[in-house]
Design a protein. Sequence first.
Lengths: 1005, 657
Amino acid sequence: MTTEDETMQRTLLPLAPSDLARRPRHWRSLDELADTEDFRAWVRDEYPADIADRLDGVSRREVLKLMAASFALAGLTGCSETQPEHIVPTVRSHGAAPVSTPLHFATAVTRDGFAQGVVVQSRAGRPIKVEGNPDHPASLGSTDVFSQAAILTLYDPDRSQAVYHGRDAGTWAAARTALLERVELARRQGGRGLRLLTGPTTSPTLIAQIGGLLKDLPEAGWHVHSAIDPGNRQGGVRLALGIAAELVPHVLEADVVLSLDADFLYGWPGSVRHARDFAARRSVSSATRASARMNRLYVVEPCPSVTGASADHRLALPPSRIEDVARALLGELGVAALQDVRPRGELTPDQLRWVRAAARDLADHRGRGLVIAGDGQPPIVHAIALAMNEHLGNLGGTLAVVEPVSASGLPESRPLSQLAHDIDAGALESLLIVDANPAYDAPADLAFDRALQRVPFSAHLGLYRDETARHCTWHLPMAHEFESWGDARAYDGTAAVLQPLIEPLYRGRTPIQLLDLLAGRPESSGLELVRRHWRTSTAGDFEKWWQTVLMRGVVPESGAKRLDARVRHEDVRRAAERAVLPDSAGSIELSFQPDPTVWDGSMANNSWLQELPKPLTKLTWENAILLSPEDARSLGAENEDVLELTYRDVSLTGPVWILPGHAPGCVTVNLGYGRSHAGSVGNGLGFNAYKLRRSDEPWFGSGVQLRRTSGRHRLACTQNHQLMENRDLVRLGTLDAFRREPAAMAGHSGHRIALSLYPEYPQEGHQWGMVIDLSKCIGCSACTIACQAENNIPVVGKAEVERGRSMHWIRVDRYFDGPQESPQFHHQPVPCMHCENAPCEVVCPVAATSHSHDGLNEMTYNRCVGTRYCSNNCPYKVRRFNYLQYVDRTPASLTLQRNPEVTVRGRGVMEKCTYCVQRIRHAQIDARKGNRELRDGDVLTACQQACPTQAIVFGNVNDAGSRVSALKREPHDYALLAELNARPRTTYLARLRNPNPELEEGSNS
Amino acid sequence: MTGSAATTHDPGRSAALRAACASVSDRIGGIPLERGFHPRWLALFGAGLSLTLLGLVAVSWLVLRGVGIWGINIPVAWGFAILCFVWWIGIGHAGTLISAILLLLRQPWRTSINRFAEAMTLFAVANAALYPLLHLGRIWKFYYLLPYPDTMDLWPQWRSPLMWDVFAVMTYSLVSFLFWFLGLVPDFATMRDQARRKWVAMLAGFVSLGWRGSAHHWNHYQMLYLMLAGLATPLVVSVHSIVSFDFAISIVPGWHSTIFPPFFVAGAIYSGFAMVLMIAIPLRAAFRLKDFVTTRHLDQMAKVMLTSGLIVAYGYVMETFTGWFSGDEAEHYLILNRALGPYAPLYWGMIACNVIVAQALWFRWVRTHPIVLFIIAVLINTGMWLERFIIVVVSLHRDYLPSAWGMYIPTFWDWATFIGTLGFFTTLMLLFIRFLPVITMFEVREDAYHGRFLPEAPAAEPPVAASHDEEQQPMLAGVIPEEQVYGMVAEFASPDDLIHAARQVRDADYRRVDGFSPFPIAELTEALRMRRSRIPLIVLAGALVGAASAYGVQWYSTVVDYPLNIGGRPLHSWPAYIPLTFELGVLGGALCGVIGMCVLNRLPQPYHPVFNAPGFERASRDSFFLCIESRDPQFDRVQTRELLGQLRAVSIAEVAE
């Protein structure tokens, strides 16, 4: 073992008592006060020595806050049983880092079971910020809104903090005894009557554990439930290829991408990667414009999505009609074996023209095209897409077929519907639910909440005491991912090890610990379980391998194995024959979609996500019935009118939100709302669309009746006006036009207006600036939430958002352009522009906002008296005001998340984007310590770092060699509202599109 | 009518003048001295006080919670607090305008309305000055806007129009107060001399600074008054110009307009005169002052309103025109949005009130009909309030980026604060009407002297000569020992007699002579051969010191002490330093002038031997005195008495030190 390894190992070992003795004793005086042996033992258990260690030197307040939290816990849970564990490894091998130094740990965040590799910044033992892991294939250093917000869930005071037995508080010891009893009971019958229900998972350790359990108890069963069910895709793959497999698109290599209702740029397990790959092919510079191969995106979808909004050509159709487009495409491409597969219903001439153009484009780019179908589309569409990809030579190239990654794709896992059926049949004695909430998000026809009550023994391990927990015999608190050892695979199968950043705040257990318990072993640590699993599959020096894996956050060469598969055309043809247009065709269809922010509802208690404006609707805090302007007209409904929606004999009411570009003839409802036991943030918001969902038609169905009620319901929308009013805000151009005349896009105010009565203020040394490439921005809002996490931005709640007081420092403006039925969508992130002639500064009477020597428009919070004149005079309206005391001073746990380098603002103070000045100063100090100049790329702003498409570039504009300078020299670089001569430091690159010349110029239908 | 006839002796005319003077003093000065309260006054006062209390509740809630209790947001970060500030300060323009500009323009009709117009100004400005404090929410931070000594060497940011505002409003309220208070001083003397209750007399005596109505007093006083008027005239114009800079300096479409300063000043005069009418019309009815505030006054004020209203209407037209002519899409949109956007009803309401209704003032019948005029005044003030709403809110709610557009809907607390200030204003006005003379008595007396005013009702008291006859008490003089004699005081029945006597006494080479009159008499000053007052020099010096120190502080703080890059502007941003320099120049001049007047007149001086003269309490009412001091080398107890006896003195008495 090298010295470095030794020092690393050193941090994993318990602290020697002598270490403790050397530390200041101020906080330990409490146990001297209560000088009893029991109390001391309790404090020892509550305060693992390393927590004390990590808190050492932290203010007394911090310590007291933690103390208070734990004392509160003590009342709930009685005695503790955990043994102190010293488990926080560092990726940097400092022996003992001072608490002021931020440490970074590679781990992963999972959603729908799939991992996104992240690096978490930890301060004084508190994880405070999530960044992408550059080494992880699903991240490449970027993140999405969900990973960014995960840190808030960690500190959520509403998380389950105690074991519950029915309605009463229980203990882990009692729960363990009860569980082991049930397992023992089942074991005597070979496992009969025992079922395990997990959420979607890709964890190799967990899957192996379950495999072991099933081997041990062959009669037991394992069900996997996910509200965002990949069953259609898996079914399609099985239908077309005859095997269980996962599809991995390689968007970077694709010149032409056709999406059949697939929102692959947002929310998909690999969407951050896909967005990066997609955007890499969207950006063109004046130098590369002749040779650049910009990709072209065709999207058919019912409801505008992030992907649809980025499309060069978008066709809005009700969900059931997308299959017809797929069939028509198949015909146009001339797949010989499937030539008798025809559209089930007529397409209009316009639609046909669209299909023909797309088909020709795909055919022209053999091997460099990609057809992707969304999970909402039935298996046949996936099968047709696979057939097309094979026909076009894309299979194995731009679209890889690999071994199944997710548990739901494994043969041994069974769906939830079968579990519900078995409960009805009375076959169940014990049910263990791990990280799933079927009582809330199962299709309504399964009535799972009622079914659960018929199970004699049920236990639920979850982050929250949610709807399912309340129907179970036992509820066990689960540890958050940032408190857990574990592992998970990315969309392409690459595995990552999850490592904890903090002791479980609420003493939750991880799924693998629970499974280990079921196997009858004495409780072992998560670390041991993960290591045990990987030790078996690793050759060579395991310790060295382990350290590398932890440091990089990725298990090397663990990607899923590629499979060689052929499309079985006969099966596809037969399935296509069976698929007929539903009888009720022509009636209004209902489409279910996961919510862009709270997803399936599991993130409903995350206030950052709740307040994040949804990318296309800009709604916050709620869901709505989304419909097209035509349908709204025929219903006589306006925004915020309450509609009664009846589908298959179930009715619910919800407010209307008219979404231009939504396909007529269908309405979309977002899942994830209407929670009753999400927590104090998420309870009672919106309506529960799961109540309409059926297991036979989980994603869409027809025969919806809509009735306008007299009610109105106020929705909190952050952007009230959707049109650009013919102003030159988002500048547009096509690739062809850019090739012909690169400067055309910069518009009339592209040139610098130098006319001023005042002399030029000297701009010397480092001068910071930013460029946002609108060709790359897909409007995913990762920047907004990354900024919120980095800069301690408060959440204000629905009522305040309604009043127009949301606090986000970077907002993503979204404009509709063109006809209401088929508009173009433009996203424009707007942070503070850091104007050289800042209009805000001149009007401040107390010099609370002024300019720094390096070109930052700075806010001096403690000087601000709150005249709000600066905001009025800001033409970009990027300033945010604390109209009330927004920052929550309680509960203590939320304060732990805050970035210690950023002031927490009180009421009456103006705030705004600072270009992450704390990061700039940090980089400057580091450079000075290293006795070197600051290099381009040393400073990444939070928004820039999170951005999946790398649309944001930040740097020194005085350095001609910096990336930002190069972009600012581009002919299509322009300043927003340049005519005001505020000279913003943030500029934009005009949005370039690549429309098919065959289809009408500028039109996308 | 005036000077030339002064020396002629006309007993009928002097009796009439004395009657007029006495009538003024009784009817105006008598109101505050009355006992008890009229039930209607009490009812109104109770209502005003209740609304004030509502406002106090709103303010307390504001302090506890923050400005978030109002409807403001981003983009509309300014709401009621600013628009009501502008509205109130606009109303607060009429008083000083009437006092100063009309004085300079020699408009004699101002005299019977200037006092309560000034009071109205003060109370409106007090309300206005509250709003910037409330606007902050954290009102305890207001001192950051003042250039106080700070250990961090932090200074206010002088380029901000809000800074100019602070000093403009401060200067304006101080100068307006001085103006108002100075005008009250001779009237306080009247109240002191008429009061029947001792504590009232003492109180009035205290605030009258010991005013004796001496020719010296009047000499400096008149000069100071003229100087203050000269200073206040540009001040009045500057205050609303600076308030308009709050908007015009910005880059917000609808605010960024060069027409704003004159447009705002005209609007201020418009609403100010409307408010004067709203007070004058009920006031003259309630206190039967129709001979003081005549229909001619109403007519004149209505004409001023019509004129300023037409300027305002021109402003609306020009705003629309320049908006269109600018070719700027944000300006274009603003014009349409005002007329057709979500706040369009308010815009058309404003046009109806401020432009259409005002056209009725072309008709003389309307201008002289109090009730119709009152209704028009109310409508105009409503219209001006709407105008401020449109300027503040409608410009902000849809500016450059459509993505950031929003709506502003005032909350209960917005309204409660505004209504609270209305109540506060009413309360203060009622207190003023009840406890202070609502009309400047000495100026009305002066008008009567110049034959410009004839009261309808004569004074209740008998003629002055009968009340006490000094001739019957000659022994009184002998009581005073020689060395204690301060001087000899003679009473005269008319100003003409006094002027005549003064001239004679001066011709007899007496030098330490002073005349006393209930109103300033230019001829008396002349007859006593007084020097021109040196007040103008003092005012000039004060103004120069004020202006220089203002500019100096601005330069020092931004260039030397704490240089900061503010919006890329030069450190020495001299154009931005002008408003403050001007304001502090005015303030310095006014303060030095007032202090100078007090020093030159040796005020306050609660005791003076001349008060011992029998009947001297009428010197502030309807009688005229001449005093020859014993220090005068020519003074001789016998000869002086003889001389005075020849000069038609009604009575002669010696007064002790």
